[in-house]
Design a protein around this ligand. Structure first.
Ligand code: ATP
Length: 622
């Protein structure tokens, strides 16, 4: 019986797929095939295998004629046995080559997806922060996984199916024409004549199945809505029992009708298929018989048997080639989606001739910097400040005033939309990106630790760090005591497969991680979330000596941190509205004073004793 479905799933496009069908242009095809090009040798070999295996698979049908004419009717025992053995051998050979072809096919598909996946990963890595914040993570992962996996089935399925079916068809046609042109022509006419109505019948059934599925979803939806506690409460309180019953009964009735229709369509479908597939051979027997009896005595019974056998072998390929159009459109849509990602230009690019300075000081300067994520909403306006080597700038301001955005411009997570950011006196856009980022260490508000051991997380930034270095940075980050207390020490698992760390512990590990990087410029985005006072004190202890010893920018939420700064920048609505030292700013009675009263002062009160000490240091510095 000829196969009806396509090689992959239903052989019909949904309305949505039809609407979203991509424009298949020469450029698109060229691009798709450019991925095949590096494997042209293997492809050629596959093609050869396909041709040989197709010819071999047709031979037994052709040999049947000889078996009948020469062997059975010719009463030649030797010819009969030889031809039967030959036929068996050829079938075996054809399958053997089929294995080789399958191997080659999979090999090529796997290598192409390997190339594509790696290229895509590299490409996505070069995408800027904006890409990741504005794209759904799920979408990115789907493209990396399912879409690229789809390429594999396109090559092993769609492309291979087109090739092998076309070759089988050509071989069958050539063999038929060599036997008898009249019968061959009848064959060519009847195959599509019968496969097309069969496809139509198949489509009707497929539509009915889909409708039944939708109806089933609707019924489940009603059950879900109304059989829950809250749903029932609502139904009861509003007296909607009859209404809901009506809805349920209606959907159920529709479902029954669809199911009966579908089952009946299935029966008709089978009737059509079996009749259609027997009409073809019978027609050949009829015409063949007439030809033998009346017109062409050279035609033999064996020839007619061969023609009928070959005709039977044509239904499958013709039908699959008709279905392939659907797979083809799906594949092209998938390639288009993948190419869309490949075509996205990375926003942050390394300069063509990047500068790599010999010395690093970690100095930063902002000159009239403006920035927006979306043009309609300016985030930073005219930011100008300078941070000299060894100094510390604290940035304070209400939530959403642009503090994190400002520091993200230094390692070029985003580029300023106006003005210029300098690192060691050189515009960041001119500096080598890897160089720039390697000399900046950022401890972000939300610390991110990979799912691995503490050691792995630390070594991420410096794989060749020694045990002594690890101990040293952890001591400095005030986390070593904690690690030592763990049974497995540095080899303790963190993240969802192991130890659950508190916010403070995570921050201290990430401070240790940054210290291992030993950056010229340290940026510390203090967590806004409330940490308990012990954690806070420990972080403070870790941060204090660091700030004193290197160039740093602190986004501060706590007075004790702010007091360490050589200059405080007060940010409001993306503007520096006040700047100076703590004492002067408090005296101003502006934004800083308000922040001090609402945010910082309670902190100060909580650590009254420390404050005294701190303020005296602070004022000493002032
Ligand atoms: P907080 O103290 O709460 O961390 P902040 O001062 O650091 O705030 P930013 O995170 O810099 O503020 O955000 C400044 C403004 O930019 C906010 O209004 C925020 O909504 C907006 N914003 C931040 N990131 C993006 C983004 N990726 N795309 C669009 N807008 C953003």
């Amino acid at each position: 019986m000829p196969p009806m479905g396509g090689p992959r799933g239903a052989g019909y496009l949904t309305e949505e797929e039809k609407q979203n069908a991509p424009k298949i242009t020469g450029a698109l095809l060229k691009r798709v095939f450019s991925y095949l090009l590096p494997y042209w040798k293997q492809l050629l070999l596959t093609l050869l295998c396909l041709i040989i295996s197709s010819v071999c698979s047709m031979l037994p049908s052709v040999l049947t004629g000889r078996i009948i004419d020469d062997g059975i009717l010719g009463r030649n025992m030797r010819a009969l046995v030889t031809l039967i053995l030959l036929s068996l051998l050829v079938t075996f050979l054809s399958n053997l080559i089929g294995v080789a072809e399958g191997y080659l096919n999979t090999w090529i598909a796997q290598h192409i997806t390997f190339d594509m996946r790696n290229a895509m990963y590299r490409h996505l890595q070069s995408m800027s922060q904006r890409f990741f914040t504005s794209n759904n993570q799920g979408d990115i992962i789907t493209r990396m996984t399912s879409d690229i996996d789809g390429v594999k089935s396109t090559i092993t399925g769609t492309f291979a199916s087109i090739l092998s079916n076309s070759i089988t068809l050509i071989v069958a046609l050539v063999a038929m024409y060599r036997k008898n042109w009249i019968l061959a022509t009848i064959g060519i006419i009847i195959v599509p004549l019968f496969t097309i109505p069969m496809r139509k019948a198949g489509k009707t059934r497929w539509t009915l199945t889909r409708e039944a599925q939708e109806c089933n979803d609707e019924i489940n939806g009603i059950l879900n809505e109304t059989m829950s506690v809250s749903g029932q409460t609502l139904v009861k309180l509003f007296g909607k029992e009859d209404y809901e019953y009506g809805r349920y009964e209606n959907a159920n009735r529709r479902m029954i009708r669809l199911n009966i229709k579908e089952s009946l369509a299935g029966r008709w479908f089978r009737v059509i298929i079996s009749t259609v597939s027997s009409i073809g051979p019978m027609l050949l027997y009829l015409v063949g018989g007439i030809l033998i009896m009346k017109y062409d005595s050279s035609l033999t019974v064996g020839d007619i048997t061969v023609l009928v056998a070959l005709l039977g072998r044509m239904y499958g390929p013709v039908n699959q080639l008709l279905n392939v159009q659907v797979d083809w459109i799906r594949s092209m849509a998938m390639f288009t989606r993948i190419f869309e990602y490949f075509d996205m230009e990375p926003e942050i690019k390394n300069d063509k001739h990047p500068v790599i300075p010999k010395e690093v000081h970690g100095e930063v300067e902002f000159r009239h910097v403006n920035f927006y994520y979306e043009p309609e909403r300016q985030i930073l306006r005219d930011i100008t400040f300078r941070l000299r080597e060894g100094d510390c700038v604290a940035i304070v301001g209400p939530s959403g005033s642009g503090k994190s955005t400002l520091v993200n411009l230094i390692p070029r997570l985003y580029d300023a939309t106006g003005g210029c950011v300098f690192f060691d006196g050189i515009g960041v856009k001119r500096l080598d990106l890897a160089f720039l980022r390697s000399h900046i260490g950022i401890v972000t508000q939300e610390t991110y630790l990979f799912n691995g051991t503490i050691r792995e997380n630390l070594l991420y930034v410096k794989p060749d760090a020694t045990e002594e270095e690890l101990v040293e940075v952890c001591r400095k980050a005030n986390i070593y005591d904690f690690i030592e207390r763990q049974e497995k020490g540095f080899d303790t698992m963190v993240g969802n497969r192991g130890l659950k760390l508190s916010g403070g512990e995570k921050q201290r590990i990430s401070i240790a991680r940054v210290l291992l990087k030993d950056p010229a410029l340290l940026i510390f985005d203090e967590a806004t979330s409330a940490l308990d006072s012990i954690s806070e004190a420990k972080i403070q202890e870790a941060i204090d000596p660091l700030v004193e010893s290197r160039t740093s920018i602190l986004i501060a939420h706590r007075l004790s941190t702010i007091l360490k700064a050589d200059e405080i920048l007060v940010l409001k609505d993306g503007r520096i509205v006040e700047r100076g030292k703590h004492r002067d700013l408090v005296a101003l009675g502006g934004v800083y004073t308000e922040l001090y009263n609402t945010q910082f002062r309670p902190d100060a009160e909580a650590h009254a004793a420390e404050d005294k000490d701190g303020e005296s240091t602070g004022s000493g510095e002032n």
